[in-house]
Design a protein around this ligand. Structure first.
Ligand code: AMP
Ligand code: MG
Length: 393
């Protein structure tokens, strides 16, 4: 048995970036940039009015101002503003030359002969100067960044309409177990529905990767072998759940070896998830996820997700928050590092869920994060600041 940190090091050490492709910006959310994004022009590209109001010289704020032009957003000013003059201007419009401030329309009143007057005592400039947000040539997003909606906005703003991104791994998902039927089938009294298959597929899909679902392998060497061959033939990564424990019918390790895979680890000092298996062969990788649904979920989050991101050139860092424990957290055995599901209380404390172990499939519904008991730690007293690894991002 190896430590989780060692398992993580081995798995991520086997990850090779898969290649690059260009995609339409509209398809880029969730992908990882394989290029740096730089500014093709300053932002804003012109001195820009930040409010609806009147653009004038600050020195002229005390007197009546003749309105020489109305400037809407999207149109070039036609006049230079001289002393005693102003332009009515809309938010987002280009500032006319000769001016250095815009006062709010709410702080104006009509004066004689169609002129206006500033009624306030002081005003901000209310101008976004050209290049205030970024300068031409400035580096805005670095290669390796994950693309979220704000990155989409920045790429659009610089005209990066076909960003270069890393290729996504082809991921095959497979379940094992004679007790399993698919969720749309009626189980006999001795059957259960396959929940890991859909759960793992959903975890993969949440990373903007379309999983390839293979099905359920029966607990015999032929079926496991056949399904593994099918999965391997159409994927870079195989995620197979169940069949990796010590039972008589846990046939996945044998099936992997027969197909030329080398098993780099098969026991990890982590709870849940001890039988986690990782194998490599012919440019492909396979994770044997434990069969229990909570274990399968947790190992995907802790190990598979960072691994899949590494294949896409992204150094994944989970979102964490540090909050006080709202209650005492205890456990029975301290031999392995353990993760337990929690929720974030409205009072700003970490709350337990009714969790009784790795088979407790419904315990994760509504859970917002996981907290760790380090090896040897049996109790986390109420009030202790704990790091919550968020699982709902
Ligand atoms: P195994 O690792 O195959 O011994 O499975 C461990 C436990 O997880 C057993 O109780 C299985 O019934 C359960 N299990 C395995 N695969 C699945 C699955 N795909 N969906 C739901 N439960 C499963
Ligand atoms: Mg099984």
């Amino acid at each position: 048995m190896i430590s989780f940190d060692e398992a993580y090091r081995i798995a991520l050490g086997s990850a090779r970036v898969l290649g690059e492709e260009a995609v339409a910006l509209s398809e880029a959310a969730g992908r990882v940039l394989a290029q740096d994004v730089t500014a093709d022009a300053p932002m804003p590209p012109y001195d820009k009015a930040m409010v609806d109001g009147y653009a004038c010289r600050r020195a002229d704020l005390g007197g009546p101002l003749r309105v020489v032009e109305t400037i809407a957003a999207g149109y070039a000013p036609k006049k230079t503003i001289g002393p005693g003059e102003c332009a009515k201007i809309m938010t987002g419009a280009m500032l006319p030359s000769g001016t250095d401030c815009v006062f709010l329309v709410e702080l104006s009143e009509a004066a004689a002969d169609g002129a206006v007057r500033f009624t306030g005592t002081a005003t901000d400039d209310n101008i976004a100067l050209r290049g205030r947000d970024y300068r031409r040539g400035e580096a805005l997003i670095a290669r390796g960044a994950r693309i979220h909606p704000p990155e989409i906005a920045v790429m659009a703003s610089v005209g990066c309409v076909r960003p270069q991104v890393y290729r996504r791994p082809r991921v095959a998902v497979l379940a094992t177990g004679d007790e399993l039927v698919e969720a749309n089938q009626t189980p006999d009294a001795w059957h259960i529905r396959n929940s890991n298959g859909p759960q793992v597929c959903a975890q993969v899909a949440r990373m903007a990767i379309a999983p390839q679902y293979i099905g359920i392998a029966k607990d015999n060497a032929e079926s496991v072998g056949e399904c593994l061959s099918l999965a391997v033939a159409q994927s870079d990564v195989v995620l197979i759940s169940g069949g990796v424990s010590m039972g008589d019918f846990d046939l996945v390790p044998g099936g992997l070896r027969e197909r030329g895979f080398e098993i780099l680890f098969d026991r990890v000092a982590i709870q849940p998830g001890k039988p986690t298996t990782f194998a490599v062969g012919e440019g492909r990788c396979c994770f044997g996820l434990p069969g229990n649904p909570v274990s399968s979920f947790v190992i995907f989050e802790l190990l598979v997700r960072p691994f899949l991101y590494a294949l896409m050139g992204h150094a994944y860092r989970p979102l964490c928050v540090r909050m006080p424990a709202g209650d005492v957290f205890t456990r029975k055995s301290g031999t392995r590092r353990a993760w337990v599901p929690v929720t974030l209380g409205a009072d700003g404390t970490v709350r337990r869920t009714g969790y009784h172990g790795s088979s407790h499939i419904s315990a994760l519904c509504g859970a917002e994060g996981l907290i760790a008991f380090d090896e040897g730690v049996m109790q986390i007293p109420a009030g202790t600041l704990v790091d919550v690894r968020l699982i709902r991002d």
